[in-house]
Design a protein around this ligand. Structure first.
Ligand SMILES: [Zn+2]
Length: 505
């Protein structure tokens, strides 16, 4: 008997209970996973139907589909949400593409969020409730991304696009397709469903329907509009009261930053710490930022939104790029609760110095678009190929391997460079003052600064230099010599051959 899954997080989005269970975090059976990023590329929501199923006691169809996916029983279907009559289960982060539209690398798979609505045709109240939850969730997502109803797609839309058909969004949504008509149970009354989504969208906006924003403008919303340096130059020393409520607050500057630099205007928080704690509830943030937890290794980068969790509401500031693992400087307002205007403040992670009562730092929201740092900083993190050299992991906990240089890249699951392990580095990149090394195995990147040391520093010496050292007696003799040379990363046979050659001269 399968064990019913426990969600990592439960939230309510527009009245729909959403259980978060990301397959990127839970993949015990190593099922194949999509890897294409949708960060900054999302253009809308795609609706599907999948059949109602009876469930074991104590759970719902959406959980059972999630579990079936995790157990490798859904072939290669990967969706963002399964929705039934009582709840939704989120399987994929919103910035990761799914496999659902059968259009390969087309816009359906690569640029839309997939909702599988679990139901059947007929007048069963449960099916109607599933469809209603699907409409609510779709409206929530459209609203969160700033999209209008013309960004609501059917699965069949993408099949028609793939077949080279043309028409309006809705013509393509409903046009007959030889391969599949999906969502099969909703399509027969698509206009009714669409009107329902529109109704929820209007409620969320709290206004009558506004004219559609052009797609090009929405697509550009993810690109940085102003660099951090330009933002600092504009506001340093000024009092920013973005919402006109309760005077100058730290959140006012964060909101101004999101608007000016990222074009994000629809994130409403109760307190500063919500930016971090409820990050996943704000698709606009998920689209543009990566949440990075505060570990002892965290180095705040230029443009990071730094979030504290203490005090009544927490605190938020913007990293200006100075600092290391112990301290950083950030641009902020209301540092000590006296409505101080925008200033640069030095903070210590340990909580000394200029810190107020808002410790601890929970972590940061890191911009995905590195051009926030300006062109000079963006080019500073270039990768350079190096002569392969050996390192030894000095960190007792071992080292995570990431898909790229820097902690903004994701961790390669189930793989680690072990403490005292010897590895070969073939390329380097400097990120936030730390040197990252690319593993020869192709597994990914590791942070070298503070976690690894060059192994056998002599390895940069030529075989001839080592042979001379051997002759001088620095490497012992016989088996001992062979062992020492091998441990230091040298080819014993090659060194010995050179020794013989030198002695013959
Ligand atoms: Zn479908």
């Amino acid at each position: 008997m399968s064990v019913i899954l426990k969600p990592d997080r439960i939230s309510t989005l527009n009245g729909v209970k959403v259980n978060e269970y990301l397959l990127t975090k839970h993949n015990p059976n190593r099922i194949a996973m999509p890897t294409a990023s949708m960060a900054g590329k999302v253009i809308g929501v795609t609706v599907h139907n999948t059949d109602w199923i009876t469930t074991i006691a104590g759970t719902t169809p959406a959980e059972q589909y999630t579990r079936a996916t995790m157990n490798g029983n859904m072939n290669d279907v990967r969706v963002h949400y399964y929705v039934d009559n009582t709840c939704a289960w989120q399987n994929l982060p919103l910035d990761l593409s799914g496999w659902h539209a059968a259009d390969g690398a087309g816009d359906g798979n690569r640029k839309t969020i997939a909702i599988e609505c679990i139901m059947k045709s007929g007048s069963d109240a449960r099916y109607a409730q599933s469809e209603d939850n699907c409409a609510k969730l779709a409206a929530y997502l459209l609203h969160a991304y700033g999209f209008n109803i013309n960004h609501l797609y059917t699965h069949t839309h993408w099949l028609n696009v793939k077949d080279g058909k043309t028409g309006t969004v809705d013509q393509l949504n409903t046009m007959w397709n030889r391969y599949k008509m999906c969502p099969a149970y909703i399509l027969p009354h698509w206009q009714t469903f669409k009107a329902k989504v529109q109704g929820y969208l209007d409620q969320l906006k709290g206004t009558a329907t506004k004219p559609a924003a052009p797609v090009s403008k929405l697509a550009a919303a993810s690109a940085v509009k102003m660099t951090y340096d330009q933002f600092q130059a504009k506001y340093l020393g000024k009092a920013v009261d973005y919402d006109g409520v309760a005077g100058v607050q730290c959140v006012d500057l964060a909101d101004q930053y999101l608007k000016d630099c990222f074009g994000i205007t629809n994130v409403w928080v109760q307190g500063a710490r919500d930016f971090y704690n409820n990050f996943a509830s704000y698709p606009a943030l998920v689209n543009a930022f990566t949440r990075v937890a505060n570990t002892r290794d965290l180095v705040i980068e230029k443009g990071d939104l730094v979030v504290w969790g203490g005090g009544s509401w927490g605190h938020i500031a913007i990293g200006n790029g100075q600092g290391d693992k112990d301290w950083f400087v950030s641009l902020e307002e209301n540092t000590r609760g006296r409505h101080e205007p925008t200033q640069l403040v030095k903070h210590y992670f340990a909580g000394s110095g200029a810190d107020d009562g808002c410790n601890p730092v929970l972590g940061v929201l890191r911009p995905k678009d590195k051009s926030i740092k300006g062109s000079a900083a963006a080019s500073a993190s270039k990768v350079k190929t190096v002569d392969p050299y050996l390192i030894k992991v000095t960190d007792n906990a071992g080292l995570n391997i990431r898909t790229g240089p820097g902690i903004s890249y994701s961790i390669v699951s189930d793989t680690i460079c072990h403490a005292d392990g010897i590895y070969t580095i073939v390329a380097e990149s400097t990120v936030a003052g730390q040197t990252w090394g690319k593993l020869k195995s192709g597994a990914g990147w590791i942070c070298l600064t503070g976690h690894a040391s060059k192994y056998g520093e002599q390895s940069r010496k030529s075989i001839e230099d080592i042979a001379k050292e051997v002759i001088q007696g620095k490497w012992g003799a016989g088996n001992d010599r062979a062992k020492k040379l091998t441990a230091a990363g040298y080819n014993y046979a090659a060194v010995q051959a050179k020794v013989n050659e030198l002695l013959k001269k």
